[in-house]
Write a protein that binds this ligand. Structure first.
Ligand code: GLC
Length: 748
């Protein structure tokens, strides 16, 4: 009898260690499958799942040299790798993981921030489209390509509200407004993850950086954040909540502390708010090394305490710091960390691996044929071009200089961007191994393809983005004198905005504006096109250039999109989602500010007013600003009720008319001012918008909706409240260009 039992036990062990996870394919859901597997795992194997390493292909943070990586993967001591791309490379690493005792597959994570191979405009540029559906489509393309390249998980969307353009990472987000930022956050999650995880053309998304990273003091990257709980909940958390409500699979902690508590060790944030209040069930990964960085923050004394703080706060996976790897087993054995906390974290990660189907087939994302097809899908560049056109903001167009005729005889195309290739890909591009960047359409190529045979294009580099060399100036002026029109590109180099790229001076670098002055002196009409990853300060250009386009970094189809706008094949419709200051001294400045006790109502009303004595009270360009080749009229503002109860909705109708000479799109915006609140309320808050296409002469009526929920806010105790009272409802073409308004009253 005993022999039989022994034999049976041996058989069970043999089967379970040969095909451990596959046996759970009969289990009904990811949770129970993860739970069953968890019960088989040793403590070192559990801790392994909480450990994420950087692959050696690329680094996006301070690298730890670790020759034992492969051995650790083979021993099941690593749960995920980042910066590991292509089917070939992910398959190789996955085969190493399949040699481990339990054959738990690796998760491959990558920063696919605005496209994998096909590159879309930087997210701040895309946000200026005010087109969540288009943004969702652009993320769908990114997911299609990245998942085909073996990637399971992208560290996107970055949903940090950002109001300080000195911070280089504003380029990765959706600007300053929580309402628009929340809509875009949800759209990006939907685009990346598809209807549900598990499809081989979907990626796990990762809302980052949780939280309030964009409020770093002074716009200095990684700096502290100091803010009330009220402000945190009203402005900085909503896009994360929107991502969670959209089903985001993961979140990433931010490097910063909030009021002295690093996010990576902030239990109030990672457990109380994220899990208990919001019901988030996915997992949380630390940002690069941020578990260990709590030592620098001065909240813990060593790695041991850092691991203790982070795991108990609710940070499930440790990216690159090795604090979990080196300390969790000891912490559990010494009773400092409850095995329950480890099991919870491991289960969350295993659940996602089951949901992705990786236990059923660890190589299901490794298909070379699919990778080849996805990266050469002809529809993808077309979608990138569409998104790029929608992201270009027209700032000025004196005497309708634009659009240009494609039959002009001589066009001078000048500046450091004209023939640049990789500059169009922005800071967070994925330099896909084995893929040459010649798929990027340069400005020169796009414009050359668009002009007529009678047109001669004259090119000059002119000057660099940075530096003092004026060696090219003479040639440029000579070329300009021959031209009917001059196109002059200026701005930042792509590595001047992005992570660890905070700038104290956000002017146009180098001698670019000096060259513009020379070009303007030729008397030729000059169109300025500004490439940047942030709002820049360009007072001279704004005042003297007759036409200005803000082009961000537009990605693979930059040249074609630029040509589409320059020659009128697309009428620019984008509007800024961040305020552009007149000077760096005007920061912080955003449209949704409090009135203060001494508001300056205009530039002549400044005595004993909240204003600078040496600067206008207005920004260079306000939130929501952007022109068109046509013009739009607003009329017939009507509200279905002037008084409404908390359980009623107000419908606000307004007629938009295309009063100009071009078909075009208008982004009509609805702002609200709550006139009296238990805490001061901003002079304006975006509460709805509508993007409409109108042929010239056409009109349409758009309807906005308001209800008590949209008018709620956080009171001084950081409680969400809805207070009756009067509200100004304002409809306009920007936060400053208000065309119509009405006062309504919410009653109990
Ligand atoms: C970087 C960034 C984060 C990125 C991660 C992995 O430091 O802060 O946004 O996802 O490391 O590359």
């Amino acid at each position: 009898m005993k022999t039989t039992r022994t034999l049976a036990a041996m058989a069970w062990v043999l089967v379970m260690t040969t095909f451990p996870a596959q046996l759970f394919s009969q289990a009904n859901d990811a949770y129970s499958r993860a739970d069953s597997l968890l019960k088989m795992m040793t403590l070192p194997e559990k801790i392994g799942q909480l450990n994420q390493y950087n692959d050696d292909w690329n680094a996006t943070g301070p690298v730890t040299v670790d020759p034992g990586k492969a051995e650790q993967v083979k021993n099941g001591e690593v749960g995920s790798l980042l910066n590991c791309v292509t089917v070939q490379r992910t398959r190789k690493w996955q085969s190493v993981a399949m040699q481990s005792r339990l054959k738990i597959p690796l998760l491959f994570g990558q920063d696919v921030i605005h496209g994998y191979k096909t590159t879309f405009p930087i997210p701040l540029g895309e946000s200026c489209s005010w087109d969540p559906d288009a943004i969702e489509r652009s993320e769908r393309v990114a997911a299609d390509e990245a998942s085909a390249a073996g990637i399971h998980w992208t560290f996107a969307p970055m949903v940090d509200i950002a109001r300080d353009p000195r911070w280089g990472r504003v380029m990765e987000g959706s600007g300053e407004d929580p309402y628009l930022g929340s809509l875009i956050a949800a759209a990006r999650v939907r685009g990346l993850q598809g209807k549900k995880l598990g499809g081989t053309n979907s990626l796990m998304a990762c809302a980052k950086h949780f939280a309030a990273y964009g409020a770093a003091i002074g716009g200095r990257d990684y700096n502290s954040v100091d803010m009330s709980d009220r402000l945190l909940r009203e402005i900085y958390l909503p896009p994360f909540k929107a991502a969670v409500d959209a089903g985001v699979a993961t979140l990433m902690t931010s490097f910063n502390d909030i009021n002295g508590v690093p996010s990576t060790g902030n239990r109030e944030l990672l457990t109380q708010i994220l899990r208990k209040e919001w019901g988030f069930t996915g997992f949380v990964v630390s940002d690069w090394g941020s578990v260990g960085e709590m030592i620098n923050h001065g909240n813990v004394s060593n790695d041991y305490e850092a691991a203790l703080s982070a795991i108990n706060a609710g940070c499930d996976m440790d990216m690159e710091s090795r604090c979990y790897r080196n300390n969790l087993e000891k912490l559990v054995k010494e009773g400092k960390v409850d095995i329950f906390a480890i099991d919870e974290a491991v289960r969350r990660i295993l659940e996602k691996k089951f949901e992705l189907g990786l236990f059923d087939d660890p190589y299901r994302f490794c298909n070379e044929e699919r990778e080849r097809k996805a990266l050469s899908n002809p529809e993808h560049p077309a979608m990138a071009r569409e998104m790029a056109r929608k992201s270009i903001v027209l700032l000025k167009n004196e005497n309708h200089l634009l659009p240009l005729s494609p039959t002009l005889k001589n066009i001078a195309v000048i500046g450091p961007m004209v023939k640049a290739v990789n500059q169009n890909k922005g800071f967070w591009d994925v330099n896909v191994p084995g893929v040459d960047s010649n798929f990027v359409v340069t400005w020169w190529q796009g414009i050359s393809a668009r002009v007529s045979r009678e047109t001669t294009l004259h090119y000059a580099h002119g000057c660099d983005f940075e530096g003092t060399s004026r060696a090219g100036f003479e040639e440029v002026v000579a070329i300009a004198k021959q031209a009917d029109v001059v196109l002059f590109t200026m701005g930042e180099r792509r590595d001047m905005s992005g992570e660890a790229r905070s700038r104290s001076d956000i002017g146009i670098p180098g001698v670019q504006e000096e060259l513009l002055e020379l070009l303007l002196k030729t008397g030729k009409p000059v169109v300025v096109l500004i490439s940047a990853g942030r709002p820049l300060v360009f007072k001279y250009t704004a005042e003297h250039a007759p036409a200005i386009l803000y082009t961000w970094w537009l990605g693979s189809e930059a040249g074609n999109a630029i040509a589409d706008v320059l020659f009128g094949d697309y009428n620019p419709s984008a509007k800024f989602t961040m305020t552009f200051p007149r000077s760096v001294g005007q920061i912080p400045i955003n449209y949704s500010h409090f009135n203060t006790g001494r508001p300056a109502r205009n530039d002549s009303d400044r005595v004993y007013r909240s204003a600078y004595t040496d600067l206008s009270i207005y920004p260079q360009y306000e939130f929501g600003y952007g022109l068109s080749y046509t013009s739009f009229g607003y009329s017939n503002l009507e509200v279905n009720r002037k008084q409404f109860r908390k359980n009623e909705v107000i419908d606000i109708h307004v007629t938009i008319s295309n009063t100009g000479a071009f078909d075009g799109e208008e982004i009509a915006q609805l702002y609200v001012r709550d006139l009296v609140g238990s805490v001061s309320r901003p002079v304006s808050e975006l509460k709805d918008f509508a993007k409409v296409f109108l042929r010239k002469g056409e009109s349409t009526t758009v309807t906005f909706h308001l209800d008590a929920a949209k008018l709620s806010f956080y009171d001084q105790h950081a409680q969400l409240v809805s207070e009756p009272g009067f509200f100004d409802v304002m409809v306009g073409a920007s936060s400053r260009d208000i065309r119509l308004q009405e006062r309504v009253e919410m009653v109990k």
